[in-house]
Design a protein around this ligand. Structure first.
Ligand SMILES: N[C@@H](CCC(=O)N[C@@H](CS)C(=O)NCC(=O)O)C(=O)O
Length: 221
């Protein structure tokens, strides 16, 4: 009997999309369980006790295992399928290096900035946005320079590092006011290559939840 993979998340979550894109690219059938983040589901103590003590999505159920943290889930899926994980120890170390950079800087500052201007419950503090914007530009500049010399983050083919870093970059730039593909040309070309990977889809087309308009004005750059 084959086990159903179950991905918990919601459509605005680029971290969920990282895993959804990988599952699709690996050809792994799965169900998506909607977590109503916008109405506080991940802050519910019962949800935290039963699903993820860290209070975050994505969560992946694979048989008796429940995995959290997109990087851990992506590594699990790469091991399970033998695909997209890197072809040597050196490549696998490189993949992990980019996953760590993504989680610390590349995704995290942007996801926080986008949440504050697009979906946050109160008007964002301009000083905090300015700080985050500088951190985003720092991380994006590093990745853009790296991609000037090679087509994907590790080696010459997509890996889970690419699924991870691209997760937030297919959302409409109007949400955040940051058009990474336009401002960082090598990232733009890489994103075009990622769209060609089998299984790519618009996050809003494949993940559940209600689409929401941006709530707050984009600050002057
Ligand atoms: N490093 C985590 C980040 C996950 C994360 O921040 N998920 C968001 C949704 S995209 C979340 O559930 N946040 C809940 C919160 O911060 O309260 C991962 O990659 O899985």
């Amino acid at each position: 009997m084959t086990t159903t993979l179950r991905l918990h998340g919601f459509c605005q979550s680029g971290n969920t999309f990282k895993v959804a894109f990988a599952l699709r690219a690996m050809g792994l059938p799965h169900e998506v369980v909607h977590v109503d983040f916008m109405r506080g589901r991940t802050r519910d103590p019962v949800w935290r006790a039963e699903v993820n003590e860290m209070g975050e999505v994505p969560v992946l159920d694979d048989g008796t295992r429940r995995l959290t943290q997109s990087g851990v889930i992506l590594m699990h899926l790469a091991r399970k399928t033998g695909r997209f994980g890197g072809r040597s120890d050196e490549e696998r170390d490189e993949v992990l290096r980019w996953l760590l950079f993504d989680n610390h800087k590349f995704t995290s500052y942007f996801a926080t900035y986008r949440f504050m201007v697009a979906f946050g419950p109160t008007a964002p503090d301009p000083a905090i946005l300015k700080f985050l914007r500088a951190r985003i530009d720092g991380a994006y500049g590093i990745v853009d320079r790296h991609l000037a010399a090679q087509p994907f983050l590790v080696g010459d083919a997509p890996t889970i590092a690419d699924f991870s870093l691209c997760g937030y970059l297919f959302y409409p730039p109007q949400e955040s006011g940051i058009d990474a593909a336009a401002a960082y040309p090598h990232m733009g070309q890489w994103l075009a290559r990622m769209r060609e990977v089998d299984g790519w889809a618009d996050p809003y087309a494949v993940l559940p939840g209600e689409r929401i308009e941006r709530r707050w004005a984009i600050p002057d750059a």
